[in-house]
Design a protein around this ligand. Structure first.
Ligand SMILES: C[S@@+](CC[C@H](N)C(=O)[O-])C[C@H]1O[C@@H](n2cnc3c(N)ncnc32)[C@H](O)[C@@H]1O
Length: 237
């Protein structure tokens, strides 16, 4: 699969409103303070942890890892371009928060099992792993027909991932995060053209152009929908 380069490339996911609302939600799931040590797996441009660094006046810059190194990433993090498992197998650090946001679905099942188990070992005493993914039961993302089909398959797989995580840790806490999006159709079509979501990565140019036509006909000037995530919190033991 090609890499995901345009996920938070000036979309609602990198907006101040989204990041502030998300971080408020995150801090409800895991209390953090200026001494907290944070790792973000699949950090993208690192806007979320960069914002946490500023808001919490963290002593240590949070650590962000990703297989893609964006030029415009947040400066308030320490970034390493590396695969999650390779990093975790090497590091001896322990973390108060390990964030895995909208990334776990990009891994294979056996990699997910390994990842969760190593993450648990790398947690500090009161640390938490927080995993977020699209809510598989309530997805409102505007889609065209072939995208809908692929997304449905991907959400089915996500449900299997949640069951898998549940088998590893029976004490997971499940919460929901919701962000109301209002975006111009022009901007959303650009996001589709940029293949912002993994569901679109393997689409041909023709499939994308057909999809753009479909969305263009189906929606008015603005698209309004909820970006709904499911959040799984796991403790060390
Ligand atoms: C959908 S984006 C999410 C970015 C960010 N967490 C957010 O929610 O805004 C998924 C990210 O995971 C990264 N990724 C995929 N596989 C990875 C792996 N094996 N190790 C580390 N990062 C990975 C991708 O490059 C991409 O930046």
């Amino acid at each position: 699969m090609s890499s995901l380069k345009n996920w938070d490339n000036r979309t609602w996911l990198s907006s101040k409103e989204y990041i502030q609302k998300f971080n408020k939600f995150l801090l409800k799931q895991k209390k953090l303070n200026k001494n907290s040590n944070i790792l973000d797996i699949g950090c993208g441009r690192g806007k979320i942890i960069g914002n946490l660094y500023r808001d919490l006046a963290l002593k240590n810059k949070p650590f962000g890892i990703d297989t893609v190194n964006h030029k415009d990433k947040d400066r308030n993090m320490v970034f390493k371009k590396i695969d999650a498992l390779s990093f975790l197998l090497k590091t001896t650090e322990s973390y108060d928060l390990i964030l895995i946001k909208q990334t776990i679905h990009l891994l294979r099942f056996n990699q997910i099992i390994k990842l969760i188990n190593i993450c648990k070992k790398r947690l500090s005493f009161n640390g938490k792993i927080i995993i977020l993914s699209l809510d598989p039961n309530k997805n409102e993302l505007p889609v065209f027909s072939s995208m809908k089909k692929n997304l449905r398959e991907s959400l089915k797989r996500d449900k299997k991932i949640f069951n898998l995580i549940n088998r590893i840790d029976k004490k997971i806490v499940i919460k929901k995060f919701n962000f109301k999006v209002k975006i111009s159709k022009r901007k959303y079509l650009q996001m589709i053209k940029n293949k912002f979501i993994s569901t679109l990565l393997n689409f041909s140019k023709k499939q994308i152009l057909d999809g753009i036509k479909e969305i263009n006909l189906k929606y008015d000037e603005y698209l309004i929908f909820n970006d709904r995530l499911i959040c799984l919190s796991l403790n060390k033991s």
